[in-house]
Every structure is written in C-alpha cells, then in structure tokens.
Design a protein around this ligand. Sequence first.
Ligand code: NI
Length: 138
Amino acid sequence: MSGLVRFGVSLEKSLLDRFDDLIREKQYTNRSEALRDLIRRELVQREWQEGKEVAGAITLMYDHHKRDVMSRVTDTQHEFQKVIISTQHIHLDHHNCLEIVAARGNAEEVQKLTDALRSIKGVRHATLSMSSTGREIE
Ligand code: NI
C-alpha cells in the first residue's frame, strides 16, 4: 500500500455502534480495514456496472443425469471461451456436479455467460462472484 492518507469521518453514534458490531462480526482488525473493504467492494460493483475489464467466478450446480444438461453447459462454455480462464468440475455425489468457472474480461460478457449457464434446463443453481482485476482499486 503506497501513500497512506488519514481522514476524519463524522457519523451518528448509533451508526458507528452498528458499524463496530459489523466489524466484530466480520472479524476485521480495525475500522480502517473494514472501511477499505467497503470502499473496494463499491468500486468493484461500479466496474461491473460500467462494463469494464473484470474477473469473477461462476459456480454451477446440476444433476448430470438430466437430459442434455452436460452438453449444453459445455456448448455454452465454448461459445464464451474468450472470457473463460478455466473450469473445474467436481463430482459431488452420484447425481450432483459442481462446476466452478473462472472468468475474466468484459463485465457484460461475463454476466451474459452467467445468465446463459443459469438458464440451461437442469442447472439448479448458478451464482456469480464478482471480483475485479483491481488495477484501479489498489
Ligand atoms: Ni460430475
């Protein structure tokens, strides 16, 4: 971290109390750490909204016995191979597969990929964990 800057923040006592509760709950070491995290999260959110270069992970859950589900998941990933870095497939049990797709690229494309995977019949659950390359967020 380069060039640390201190600044004062004024807020209502009740709000600060709730913030401190949150800090304890999330096990932050201090208020600065918690505030930095909140700010970064907002900035990541903005990068996604602005369609910038982002990184994220899509987690999928499906039953591989369901008709065509595996080939559809594969077809969709080939369509979006430009933004996919890697895919990990885990056979959870006799029926269920967990797939984690690491993606990087244009935010809109990564979101489209997530929506396309989620809409495949047989995919029970699909979540996108939005992160960022962090180039502008350090
Ligand atoms: Ni499997």
